[in-house]
Design a protein around this ligand. Structure first.
Ligand code: CP
Length: 306
């Protein structure tokens, strides 16, 4: 690696070499425990949007490296309620910890946190924009399930308009020799800037509405939830909320590759049937577990320990 990693705000800060370096370090974290690597360091968790996996796996990753965790807790019980702004809150929190992981509904909140805190900041999801640590664990999962990333055909399914996980992962995979298929209702197509980035990089990509048309060609099906909370118009959500449901019968009907693997950042609602959970296709719970070594590696990197 050349320049040290000081904050992780967007996957756009990483080229192919940088991505592979993070994945390699994640693999080392998984192979060998480092119970004292981050002893004496405090991770500040500031989750202003709900989370289960990201928040808990950051906490677990830090604790498994010997560090401690200071959780901002429920924003409803913070001085936000007295009108304190985000910048002041972050400046104050920066005095109590050594690194901050932030999730916030505003796009750009993590960048703001990095600017005002003077600390390493890791973006744990900012609105519909970026979710870079999810991307690293997604790529880590793909490496493990397929032995590498190049040469794969990936299908992104569902809410491609508002999904920060898809936007981040599509950008990261554009550094690899992959074909990208975007499958969604017309109103939830991937944003133009995502497609333009792929075009600029010469990435083979196509858009579909019919999942069955493309399913047999896929190595990875990356499902997403239709995110009710991102819709300003309730009617628009109702029209698309049940657009897709992936289940065993569909896979059998379409004749998928034996090596197909189904990923999902979770949580799922009804787009992904539980009848897939015990099949070899399902890797989404393994994917969630992979958040530990990946976030361990990223924490260690931003704290200058790798
Ligand atoms: N994948 C993910 O970001 O899950 P949480 O919202 O539960 O953190």
């Amino acid at each position: 690696m050349g320049r040290p990693i000081t904050s992780v705000i967007s996957i756009r800060g990483f080229d192919r070499k940088g991505i592979l370096y993070v994945l390699e370090q994640s693999g080392k974290m998984e192979q060998r425990p480092h119970p004292r690597l981050l002893q004496g360091h405090v991770l500040g968790l500031m989750f202003v949007e709900v989370s289960t996996r990201t928040r808990l796996s950051f906490a677990s990753a830090m604790m498994r490296l010997g560090g401690q965790v200071l959780d901002f807790g429920d924003p409803e019980r913070s001085s936000f309620k007295k009108g304190e702004g985000l910048s002041d809150t972050i400046r104050v929190m920066a005095g109590y910890c050594d690194v901050i992981a932030i999730r916030h509904p505003w796009e750009g909140a993590a960048r703001l946190a990095a600017e005002v805190s003077g600390l390493p900041v890791i973006n744990a999801g900012d609105g519909a924009n970026q979710h870079p640590t999810q991307t690293f664990l997604d790529l880590y999962t793909i490496q493990k399930t397929h032995g590498g990333i190049d040469g794969l055909t990936v299908g992104f399914l569902g809410d491609l308009r508002y999904s920060r996980t898809v936007q981040s992962l599509a950008g990261a995979m554009s550094h690899f020799d992959c074909r990208q298929c975007f499958i969604s209702p017309e109103s939830l197509r991937a944003p133009q800037h995502v497609l333009e980035e792929l075009e600029e990089r010469g990435v083979q990509h196509e858009q579909f509405s019919d999942l069955g048309e493309v399913l047999p060609q896929l190595d990875i099906l990356y499902c997403t939830r239709i995110q009710e909370e991102r819709f300003a118009d309730r009617l628009e959500y109702e029209q698309v909320k049940s657009s897709y449901r992936v289940d065993r019968a569909l896979l059998e009907h379409c004749g998928v590759k034996e090596t197909l693997r189904i990923m999902h950042p979770l949580p799922r609602v009804d787009e992904l049937s539980e009848d897939l959970d015990a099949t070899p296709y399902a890797v989404y719970f393994q994917q969630a577990r992979n958040g530990i070594p990946v976030r361990q590696a990223l924490l260690a990197m931003v704290l200058g320990k790798l």
